[in-house]
Every structure is written in C-alpha cells, then in structure tokens.
Ligand binder design. Structure first.
Ligand code: NAD
Ligand code: TDX
Length: 330
C-alpha cells in the first residue's frame, strides 16, 4: 500500500511513520514543509525507507501530483500549538483550513482513501466538577484560533464526504505524549527546563485537566480506523488519562529527583480550556481497539528518559522556544 503521510516530520506524524514501517508492508511518502515544528532528524532510522518531499499542503499542484500516486492519505500536517495561534493566527487558517481543502480536492479528483487527524479541542471544554466526557455527538464549540481551524477542517471533510462521496474517516484524539514532541508543548517543555536547571512553568492555577494518551496508542487507533472504520464516520481516541497540570508537573519533578514543589506559576493562557475528557467507547465497541499504555506514570518516565538521551534532537529548538515564551512572561 502506498501511503502519503503529511506532517511526517512532526511529533505524531513521525511516530506514525516509524510505527507503520515497523509493523506494516507499506511504501511511505512524507510531505512536510519543515516549519519550526518539523525536524528531519525525527525520521532518523527510517530515512532510507521513506520518500521525503519538502513542501506545503496548501500547494495545490504538488499535493495533486503526490495524491495521484497514493492509495491512502493520512493528514497530520498542521499548525498545532495553541499559544502560537494566539500570537499569530494567520498561519493556522492557511495550513489547517486551506491545506486540508487542497488535500480534499486532490483525493476527490483521484479517488484516494483519506484519513483526517484532528483533536478533541474542537468540542471546547468541560467543567472540572462535571462527570461529562466528549463523545462523537458532542457539538463543536472550539475556543482558540488553533481549535477553530481544526474544527473548520473537520467540517470540510464531512461536507466532502456527504456532497462528493469521498472515502474518508476522521479521528479526534486527546493530548498526546511520548518521544519527539516539540519542546514548546507542556510535558517536553518542563522536562527540558529541568534538564537545563530551571523550574517548570504552570499557567494560571494549574488545575486544568488534560486527557493524556501515549502517541503509539493514538497511532495504533488511527490504523484500526483505517483498517476497520466505517466510511464517513468520526471516532474519538482516548485512553482514560485525565490528570490536572499541577499533578503532571509534580510527577515530572519527582521522577527527575527534584522537589515536587519546585515550580512557578506564570500568567494564564487567554481563553484557556479548563478540562478535556474523551469517551472512546465507540472505538472499543465497534472496532475492538484499546490502548496499551494504561500507566501514565511509567509512560512519563520513559518519555523523560528519551529527552535525557536525545538532547541532540531537542537542543536546536530550545532557545528559540523559550525566547517566544519570554515575550508573554510565560
Ligand atoms: P507538530 O507541530 O509536532 O507537527 C506538525 C508537522 O506539520 C511539522 O512537521 C510541520 O513541519 C508540518 N507542517 C506544518 N505546516 C505545514 C504545511 N503547511 N505543509 C506541510 N507540512 C506542514 O504537530 P503534532 O503534535 O504532531 O500534531 C499532528 C496532528 O495531530 C495535527 O493535525 C494536530 O492537530 C493533531 N493532534 C495533536 C495532538 C497532540 O496532543 N499533539 C492531539 C490530537 C490531535
Ligand atoms: O509551559 C506550559 N505550562 C502550562 O501550564 C505549557 C506549554 C502549557 N501549560 C498548560 C496548558 C494546557 O492546559 O498545559 C496544558 C497542555 O498544554 P499544551 O501542551 O500546549 O497542549 P494543549 O493546549 O492542551 O493542546 C495539545 O493537545 C491537543 C496539542 O498542542 C494540540 O495540538 C492538540 O490538539
């Protein structure tokens, strides 16, 4: 099977490429613009097995030529960081909305199977004291420029399925952790700050809850949907990993041999979503999928080890990331 993976030099996309080549008989082409978030070194170990194309998902001619030679498109490429979307939303509209549109038009022209990677953030947020979780039927209510552009891209996919009959599925996943995640994101930022002898930074009161899933579980679920999902349908991916941010920071500090109270509170994110929680029972009941990484603490410990052992991977992106945060006092 010829698989075109967009965003395959980013966090989840590169893990998808590694896992796909390790477990499947697939010919993989990666299309990635190598923005600040993309890193060719994330494909170390599989470079010879992959065709890498540097380019933009919003480049209609390039996308058309690549989709024409694929059996399956898995679309990970996106501007992915909420804080950046507050500072400069334009790139989010261009990549997340226009880029998805170009892919949809190409898969429509060539009759190629398409899987769309999205986020639970399209559903907005939940109260801390509510037993509610997001389901496939939860109405869209995004809060940030990032999540609204992801929501817009999901709606384009649904319209292209209904109006043009393209063969597509959508997955909305909760917060991922694991190797090769950019150091702008919460967990890698705190690990690498501690490795650099500084203190973790917690936004606001730190009681916001995220529903953590290991990146390999996310990608296994994506394959389950590609293999067995019903065309046109949406599946939520999660792993019952709800933890508040202050607990995550304390766990990282403790695992790295520091006092669990050795962190700072910094100004809150504008519009900061309070809580995400995923009901993934559809994936279990209809596709027979379940996560393998149930224990967040041991997954976190393995992730800390990865950053300790792979400074050459994250060091080049660290100073620019912290310079951006310094501008907002975060
Ligand atoms: P990332 O920022 O680590 O990687 C994004 C990749 O896309 C980078 O390699 C970047 O170079 C590439 N890219 C950006 N703009 C591009 C463009 N115009 N053309 C081609 N390539 C471009 O992001 P990630 O965390 O790996 O997220 C991947 C996908 O998963 C996104 O669609 C995101 O919305 C979704 N998602 C992420 C999470 C999470 O916790 N990180 C959770 C659910 C869903
Ligand atoms: O230094 C920090 N301190 C802090 O308290 C950072 C970087 C974050 N936070 C908080 C904000 C969030 O409540 O930690 C939580 C997680 O933050 P992010 O890593 O920025 O993730 P989030 O905004 O939840 O979005 C992530 O999950 C859903 C991904 O970045 C998205 O791409 C995905 O769609």
């Amino acid at each position: 099977m010829r698989v075109l993976v967009t965003g395959g030099a980013g966090f989840i996309g590169s893990n998808f490429v590694h896992r796909t080549l390790a477990t499947r008989d697939a010919e993989v082409t990666v299309l990635d613009a190598l923005t600040y978030a993309g890193s060719l070194s994330s494909l170390d170990g599989v470079r010879d097995a992959v065709r890498f194309v540097e380019g933009d998902v919003a480049d209609a001619a390039l996308v058309d030529s690549l989709v024409a030679h694929a059996d399956l498109v898995v679309h990970f490429a996106a501007e992915s960081h909420n804080d950046n979307s507050l500072a400069s939303p334009g790139a989010f509209v261009q990549t997340n909305v226009v880029g998805t549109y170009e892919l949809l038009e190409a898969v429509r022209r060539h009759g190629v199977r398409y899987h769309h990677i999205s986020t639970d953030e399209v559903y907005g947020d939940l109260a801390l004291d509510s037993p509610e979780r997001f389901t496939e039927a939860t109405p869209y209510n995004p809060s940030s420029p990032y999540s609204s552009t992801k929501g817009a891209s999901d709606l384009l996919v649904r319209a292209w399925v209904r109006s043009f009959g393209i063969e597509a599925t959508i997955s909305n996943c909760s917060n991922n952790y694991g190797p090769r995640q950019h150091v702008e994101k919460f967990i890698p930022r705190q690990i690498t700050e501690i490795l650099d002898g500084r203190r973790p930074r917690l936004y606001g009161d730190g009681l916001n809850v995220r529903d953590w899933i290991h990146v390999d579980d996310h990608n296994d679920a994506v394959w389950a949907i590609i293999d067995r999902g019903v065309m046109g349908e949406t599946y939520l991916i999660g792993a019952d990993g709800e933890v508040d941010n202050v607990t995550v920071v304390r766990s990282v500090l403790a695992a790295m041999g520091r006092s669990p109270d050795d962190f700072e509170h910094v100004p809150d994110r504008a519009g900061h979503d309070r809580r995400y929680a995923i009901d993934w029972s559809r994936l279990r009941d209809e596709l027979g999928w379940q996560p393998r990484y149930w224990d967040f603490r041991s997954g976190l410990a393995a992730t800390i080890d990865w950053y300790r052992d792979n400074e050459a991977w994250w060091r080049p992106m660290k100073a620019a990331t912290e310079a951006k945060y310094a501008r907002t006092g975060q």
